[in-house]
Design a protein around this ligand. Structure first.
Ligand SMILES: C[S@@+](CC[C@H](N)C(=O)[O-])C[C@H]1O[C@@H](n2cnc3c(N)ncnc32)[C@H](O)[C@@H]1O
Length: 223
C-alpha cells in the first residue's frame, strides 16, 4: 500500500513514522508513506500556499494551483484522493476495510479555513471526517486513516485475527481482557478465562462484548 500524503506541515508526522507498528510496517515494506510538501508546488517568491477568501470573512483559504500540482504529481487514474474535512462522511471501520484493499491512496490534509472548493470539485474523490469536532488540520485525520489501514495489511500484526476480533469489525465493541497475575490487588481474573474451555471462553467474550455495546453504543446493535 502506498500512501501519498499532501500536507503543508510534514514534520507533524515525524514521531508517527518512527515508532511502533508504523515503523515495523515501513521496515517490512508492507506500506510506503510519502510526505509531500504542498509548499514545494508554489512558484511565487514568498511560497504562498494560502490567500484571503473571496467574499471576505476570517481565515485563509489554501490556493488551488499548488494543490492541483501536488495532487496531479502523484495521482494515477484510479487513485482515490481523500480529503479530510469535518464536512465529510464519518470514517467507520467498513470504510477502512475497503480502503485497505487498495494499493495507492492520496491523502489531502487541509489547513486554515478551507481549501479552494474547485479542488474538491475536480480532484477529490472522497471526503471523510474523523468525528464531530474541528481540528486545526488534516494531518491527525491522515495519521488516523494510515494507522487503521496499516494494521490490516498482511504481516503487520503478528496475528491478523487480532484485528478481526477488535471493536467495530462486527458492529460490536471489544470485550474485557486480562493478563498475569491471576489476582491483582484483590481483583481476580474471571474463572472462565482460566478454564481452558475455548468454546465457553468465546461465548463469554461475546456476551461481554454485547453488554459493553448495549451500554456504550446501543446504536451499533441497530446496524
Ligand atoms: C479549521 S479546519 C476547517 C474547518 C472548516 N472551515 C469547516 O467548517 O468545515 C482545517 C482543516 O482541518 C481538517 N479537519 C478539521 N477537523 C476535521 C475532522 N473532524 N475530520 C477531518 N478533518 C478535519 C480539514 O482538513 C480542514 O480543512
Amino acid at each position: 500500500m502506498i500512501f501519498d500524503v499532501l500536507t503543508l506541515f510534514p514534520k507533524i508526522f515525524q514521531g508517527f513514522l518512527e515508532e511502533s507498528m508504523i515503523l515495523k510496517a515501513l521496515q517490512q515494506k508492507a506500506v510506503e508513506i510519502n510526505l509531500i510538501n504542498i509548499r514545494d508546488f508554489t512558484h511565487d517568491k514568498h511560497n504562498s500556499a494560502d490567500d484571503y477568501p473571496y467574499g471576505g470573512g476570517a481565515g485563509m483559504v489554501m490556493k488551488p494551483e499548488p494543490l492541483y500540482e501536488a495532487i496531479t504529481s502523484v495521482k494515477k487514474e484510479d487513485t482515490p484522493v481523500i480529503y479530510f474535512t469535518p464536512q465529510g462522511k464519518l470514517l467507520q471501520q467498513n470504510h477502512v476495510n475497503e480502503f485497505s484493499q487498495k494499493s495507492h491512496l492520496v491523502l489531502l490534509c487541509g489547513h486554515y479555513k478551507e481549501i479552494d472548493q474547485r479542488i474538491r470539485d475536480s480532484l477529490v474523490t472522497d471526503e471523510y471526517s474523523i468525528g464531530d469536532y474541528v481540528l486545526s488540520g488534516g494531518e491527525i485525520p491522515a495519521m488516523v486513516l494510515i494507522d487503521a489501514i496499516t494494521r490490516l495489511q498482511k504481516g503487520v500484526l503478528g496475528d491478523i485475527s487480532s484485528a478481526h476480533s477488535d471493536s467495530h469489525q462486527k458492529n460490536l465493541l471489544g470485550c474485557p481482557h486480562y493478563t498475569r497475575p491471576a489476582e491483582f490487588r484483590g481483583m481476580k481474573v474471571p474463572d472462565i478465562l482460566l478454564s481452558g474451555n475455548h468454546q465457553q471462553i468465546a461465548k463469554w467474550r461475546n456476551k461481554k462484548a454485547m453488554e459493553i455495546t448495549r451500554k456504550n453504543r446501543p446504536d451499533l446493535l441497530e446496524k
